[in-house]
Write a protein that binds this ligand. Structure first.
Ligand code: NAP
Length: 304
């Protein structure tokens, strides 16, 4: 039987791994995609302490992965399909079978939310994108739209000005939600055109994006904006489908934990973006991961 199984190898999962092996726990870590989580898609990170000039998201996560591996974590490229949280012996099911464990640390993160409008699904990868770092360079010299008003939308709109001729930032209110520093930078950037109180209602295009139908929420007028790319940054959905509603969540579906990162099931912990919390950052994910593994180790000690 394992001491702990960590689900996800983003900043929270890798840190949980580092703390678990250093606490002497028999640990396995599963990741269904590439290690590093959403942070690998962030071009430049300026608010993770220790890097005065900032660091590329990919590099920061590569360093965290190497550190976890150096300390003895083997990241297994497998998807967790189901878990069972009842009793002292928990179960984790992957494609290759079922594993018994004393504790589970859920660090499964979140996925970008879709707009849910006509044309979106059909044009994903053909001009509709959820990752400016991945797809920005395809739009050199073109006009693109960014949807949203949070940190992601504003940060990625600034990044896209490196390539695009014009970036239209479309927000449903007349005030941005993003951090003040990001807002100031965006307002200074001449290539960014702000379109306030507006939402997209249709993405137009056959084999690629040609434009956006927009609705002004103040006067209900519909307009058309010709753009070649649509970058959607309207928030996050927690990756919890494999939990089958076994754990308590907030109204948005994020896992509720106590200050020790324990979920509503004893011996099951959560860390990072999947948790219900005030601030979703790499720095807070790292803190969550450390606490979750420390708590898992203490739980096992108390069990014995
Ligand atoms: P977010 O903070 O939840 O912001 C989502 C934005 O999309 C909001 O402006 C929201 O409008 C808008 N929105 C939501 N649903 C919409 C819809 N259906 N149609 C149109 N607009 C919609 O999400 P995020 O920017 O992806 O950030 C997620 C988390 O990661 C946050 O905690 C953020 O701080 C963090 N993050 C941090 C950094 C950084 O520190 N540099 C970078 C990226 C992300 P309203 O404002 O009207 O609600």
């Amino acid at each position: 039987m394992e001491d702990t199984i960590i689900i996800g190898a983003g900043p929270a999962g890798l840190t949980a791994g580092i703390y678990a092996v250093r606490a002497g726990l028999k640990t396995r870590l599963f990741e269904k995609a590439a290690p590093g989580g959403q942070a690998i898609n962030t071009d430049w990170i300026e608010n993770y302490p220790g890097f005065p000039e900032g660091i590329a998201g990919f590099e920061l996560m590569d360093r965290m992965r190497k550190q976890a591996e150096f300390l003895g974590i083997n990241i297994e490229n497998e998807e967790v399909k189901e878990i069972s949280v009842k009793g002292n012996t928990k179960k984790v099911k992957t494609n290759r079978g079922e594993i018994e464990t004393k504790t589970i640390v859920i660090c499964s993160g979140s996925t970008p939310r879709k707009l849910g409008i006509e044309g979106e699904d059909k044009l994903i990868g053909k001009g509709v994108s959820f990752c400016a770092t991945c797809d920005g360079p395809f739009f050199r010299g073109q006009e693109v739209a960014v949807i949203g008003g949070g940190d992601s939308a504003v940060q990625e709109a600034i990044y896209l000005t490196k390539f695009a001729r014009k970036v239209h930032l479309i927000h449903r209110r007349d005030k941005l939600r993003a951090a003040k520093l990001l807002q100031e930078r965006a307002f200074k950037q001449e290539k960014i055109n702000f379109i306030w109180n507006t939402v997209p209602v249709k993405i137009v295009g056959k084999d690629g994006v040609e434009g956006l139908e927009l609705k002004n929420l103040r006067d209900e007028t519909i307009s058309y904006l010709p753009v070649k790319g649509v970058f959607v940054f309207i928030g996050l959905i927690p990756n919890t489908s494999f939990l089958n509603n076994q754990l308590k969540t907030d109204e948005s579906g994020f896992l509720i934990t106590d200050s020790e990162m324990q979920t509503s099931a004893k011996g099951v912990f959560a860390a990072g973006d999947v948790r219900s919390k005030l601030l979703r950052q790499i720095s807070t994910a790292v803190g969550d991961g450390a606490i979750a593994s420390f708590s898992a180790a203490r739980y096992i000690e108390e069990m014995q």
